[in-house]
Design a protein around this ligand. Structure first.
Ligand code: ATP
Ligand code: MG
Length: 213
């Protein structure tokens, strides 16, 4: 049974930071599939100015030429906040309890992981692979998450394939200091976002005049 990687996010919009992380982790950890799961309404953010349909469409365009990347729109079809625990439980119903699933997460997201809805249950349903994101300090981690990290930590990538859930690992990836926030600012100022994200996504944004305010 093939292990799958999962990258959740607002993708407002998707950029090379997301895509490169997914590629490098899939290569490094030997995953054949990475599922991009756009959040309809992210619990920790204001409602995104760009609707979920546009954000999902941009993800679709960005991953279209990569057979290993797929989009999973289940959060878009669900009412209310997009909680990761609900998504994992729904994936488990579909994939069964034995399939290995690994959540990919940047360090900025992990520093707030203990505030996620039913966060302590999440590790029972998936593994977590952390990557360092530029501009976030490792020493910002709350004590409770340090303890969590130590009790689930493994260096061994095989652990992620041999068991369905329960391990946390960390991987080095090419540091790309790209964020959707900075891209939105760039576009709002009327500057180009070329070379930060796929051209197809830029064309989609331009054709619909998104992010102009
Ligand atoms: P925003 O600025 O709107 O928060 P973002 O660029 O942080 O957008 P998200 O959709 O919030 O993108 O991120 C989804 C996931 O991808 C998170 O786990 C985040 O840490 C990770 N991620 C985003 N950008 C990068 C990057 N440049 N390098 C590594 N991980 C990243
Ligand atoms: Mg973010």
């Amino acid at each position: 049974m093939k292990s799958i990687g999962i990258l959740g996010g607002t993708f407002n919009p998707i950029h090379y930071g997301h895509l490169r992380m997914a590629q490098e982790l899939a290569d490094d950890l030997n995953f054949d599939e990475v599922r991009f799961i756009p959040a309809a309404s992210p619990p920790h953010k204001d409602t995104p100015t760009i609707c979920a349909e546009h954000r999902a469409a941009m993800v679709r365009l960005a991953i279209a030429d990569n057979p290993a990347f797929t989009i999973d729109e289940r959060e878009l079809n669900r009412a209310g906040a997009s909680y990761t625990i609900d998504t994992l439980l729904s994936l488990r119903e579909e994939l069964g309890t034995q399939r290995s699933m690994t959540l990919f997460m940047g360090s900025d997201a992990f520093t707030k992981f203990n505030t996620w809805h039913r966060w302590e249950e999440i590790i029972h349903h998936c593994h977590i692979t952390l990557v360092q994101r530029p501009q976030t300090e490792a020493n910002e981690l709350p004590k409770i998450l340090e303890t969590f990290l130590h009790s689930h930590y493994t260096e061994n990538g095989n652990d992620l394939h041999d068991t369905p859930a329960g391990f946390v690992t960390m991987r080095q990836i090419t540091a790309l200091d790209i964020s959707s926030t900075a891209i939105r600012d760039t576009l709002q100022q009327g500057f180009s976002a070329r070379y930060l994200m796929p051209d197809q996504v830029i064309e989609y944004i331009q054709a619909r005049q998104l992010y102009l305010k």
